[in-house]
Write a protein that binds this ligand. Structure first.
Ligand SMILES: *[C@@H]1O[C@H](CO)[C@@H](O)[C@H](O)[C@H]1NC(C)=O
Ligand SMILES: *[C@@H]1O[C@H](CO)[C@@H](O)[C@H](O)[C@H]1NC(C)=O
Ligand SMILES: [Cu+2]
Length: 229
């Protein structure tokens, strides 16, 4: 039974990791891939507030570097922004035009740029999703360096079922999330994902999305596991 038990455990872990609203895969996010789903709606960064005096950060090439995401919703609009503010309270610059992802899974923009004047400085890159259940946030602490990074195709891919398109009109939900004012886009009722406990059930059911399938598979495996172990 042991191999079966560990297989089930591994599968459950995998499935629970896949249940975050979205993951920021590159640059390396503060929460990694173990995202606190309940806090992903808290601006500016989800569960973790960056601290540039402590967080190390990975290199980000200002002439173009890749931002890789994994979405657990059938659709979302993406805002990619950056700041040099020490605790990411504001002064966000938009680093890439707002883009819509349609389809679940991986989405990667290979050439996101940052101001040349940021070279040699540490900062925060924040990705905001305007998803069916509200605004969602993840951040990475980065060291801005000169030059361009050409990602290998492995880490920067779009899932085959995913399509993207640049927004033809601005997403009003993003309007207050960029600009020079050092104000925190605080988590409000409207920007918090509605009842995140239902994220994998009701919304997915309404949209016929993958997460419901995952929940059913998970439930079936729990039942199977209980019966077998
Ligand atoms: C906002 O960021 C810019 C660099 O992009 C910097 O020049 C400016 O001083 C910052 N403003 C504040 C209020 O921190
Ligand atoms: C993924 O799709 C977006 C939107 O169409 C596009 O800008 C981007 O270059 C694509 N990424 C890759 C790795 O092809
Ligand atoms: Cu969600």
């Amino acid at each position: 039974m042991a191999p079966l038990r560990s297989l089930i455990t591994a599968t459950l872990l995998l499935l629970s990791a896949a249940n975050a609203h979205f993951l920021l895969l590159n640059p390396q996010s503060l929460e990694g891939q173990d995202v606190d789903e309940d806090k992903e709606g808290n601006g500016p960064c989800g569960a973790i507030t960056p601290d540039l005096t402590k967080d190390k950060g990975t290199d980000f090439y200002v002439d173009g570097d890749f931002v890789s995401l994994q979405l657990s919703h059938p659709q979302a609009n993406w805002l990619i922004r950056g700041t040099l503010d020490s605790v990411a309270t504001g002064n966000w610059s938009q680093l890439f035009p707002a883009v819509k992802q349609s389809g679940l899974g991986k989405f990667c923009e290979p050439t996101v740029t940052a101001p040349a004047s940021w070279v040699g400085k540490k900062g925060v890159i924040s990705v905001v999703a305007d998803a069916p259940d509200g605004l969602l946030f993840q951040c990475a602490v980065v060291n801005f360096v000169s030059g361009k990074n050409t990602p290998a195709s492995g880490p920067c891919t779009n899932a085959t079922s995913v399509t993207g398109s640049f927004l033809t009109s601005a997403d009003p939900a993003f309007a207050t999330l960029v600009g020079t004012a050092a104000s925190t886009p605080s988590s409000t009722a409207s920007s918090t994902p509605s009842a995140s406990a239902t994220h994998n059930a009701a919304p997915a059911f309404a949209q016929g999305g993958l997460p419901l399938g995952i929940m059913l598979v998970t439930a079936a495996m729990v039942l199977a596991g209980t019966a077998l172990l």
